[in-house]
Write a protein that binds this ligand. Structure first.
Ligand code: ATP
Length: 342
């Protein structure tokens, strides 16, 4: 098959149910549990359909426990699905896991592929050998990654001594040693400061544009994604509830910003036309519908009020966005029910 034209990822009716043992409570239950253990089922993924073309940069979003990691683990062959079908680069991740490993890269926030006590350069060499990259090609590749990811200052320092941001840069570089066609990143920027997050975003964006690498990035923070991803898929309780271009999503639902302000002395904090969602003597938080009032007007008003100590502008949390999506859908359904002929 001409695999240049085939989709990077095809998912059909994918499900995953975890079966976990319920710890018995009390002595009698413990004895009973020895003979007849009790199990609980968690339906983590409930029938997902998704097609991702090559070269896509996709944000896979969802609140904690939505099923993002479970899905990625099934896509990379780490977990066996309970049902449905997956093709990644035309391969079945369960049955063709090794073949697939040579063509994909992954970065899991909590799990490192770097040897902790060795410098990243040694890990790169080892990974190159694992992926059977020819020594000459490998040397060139490490040189390129060193430059692109700006690893020069610390590539020869043991990984355990690196900062979180430096380690992540090495981590992503390591996942690219074998020039994978798809890169999976599961919450890679968690715990990083804003500047490092921005650096990582820029690197990923370049990778996607210049090498046409398909990237699937999970996060529970939509603000992280809007600048780099083209498409957003939101998963909630194991089901996809939104699959849109970031532009459309932003236009339809991301009009809200949370503006927080703190003054160095108590004062009467008011903004015409806005209700504070929270306030103390010297601080307040406002939910701003930016389609109605531009954020800069709110900030301008707040700074003119008194001596500002701190001001923050945040995106609406994903949970609120999801609640809004459900609410507007319910309203639409309600409206349709009312106007439907009897
Ligand atoms: N190994 C496991 N055994 C039992 N239940 C699990 C297991 N792993 C995940 N779950 C459950 O499956 C559901 C989905 O979890 P998953 O880790 O895929 O969510 P997530 O969207 O990645 O969340 P987070 O952002 O918190 O990592 C959750 O209810 C979680 O508790």
């Amino acid at each position: 098959m001409d695999h240049i034209h085939e989709a990077a990822i095809q998912i059909h009716q994918l499900t995953k149910t975890y079966r976990t043992r319920v710890p018995p409570k009390g002595a009698a239950a413990q004895v009973r549990g020895l003979f007849k253990p009790e199990y609980r089922e968690v339906r983590a993924v409930r029938g997902i359909d998704l097609e991702i073309p090559r070269g896509e940069f996709l944000a896979f979003l969802g609140p904690n426990g939505a099923g993002k990691s479970t899905t990625i683990k099934m896509l990379t062959g780490i977990l066996r699905p309970s049902g449905g079908d997956i093709r990644v680069l035309g391969l079945d991740p369960q049955c063709q896991r090794m073949q697939l490993a040579f063509r994909i890269g992954s970065v899991f926030g909590q799990k490192s592929q770097l040897w902790y006590h060795l410098p990243a350069s040694d890990s790169f060499e080892l990974l190159g050998a694992v992926y059977e990259v020819e020594p000459k090609v490998l040397a060139r590749r490490i040189g390129e990654l060193r430059e692109v990811f700006d690893l020069g200052d610390f590539i020869d320092t043991p990984v355990r001594k690196l900062s979180l941001g430096q380690r992540l840069r090495c981590e992503i570089a390591a996942s690219l040693i074998h020039q994978p066609e798809i890169l999976f990143l599961d919450e890679p920027t968690i715990g990083l400061d804003v500047v490092v997050k921005q650096e990582i975003r820029t690197l990923l964006s370049t990778l996607n544009k210049e090498h046409n690498t398909t990237i699937l990035l999970t996060s529970h923070d939509i603000g992280d994604m809007e600048k780099i991803c083209r498409r957003a898929v939101i998963i909630h309780h194991g089901t996809i509830i939104i699959d849109e271009s970031i532009k459309t999503l932003k236009h339809q639902t991301m009009g809200k910003k949370i503006v927080g302000v703190r003054y160095s002395r108590p004062l009467d904090i008011r903004v015409p036309g806005l209700e504070a969602v929270k306030r103390t003597e010297s601080s307040a938080r406002f939910e701003v519908d930016t389609r109605r009032i531009p954020v800069r007007d709110v900030v301008g008003h707040l700074t003119a009020l008194g001596p500002v100590e701190d001001i923050t502008i945040e995106d609406e949390p994903l949970e609120t966005l999801i609640a809004d999506i459900y609410r507007s859908r319910n309203e639409e359904e309600g409206h349709a029910a009312l106007t439907r002929p009897l």
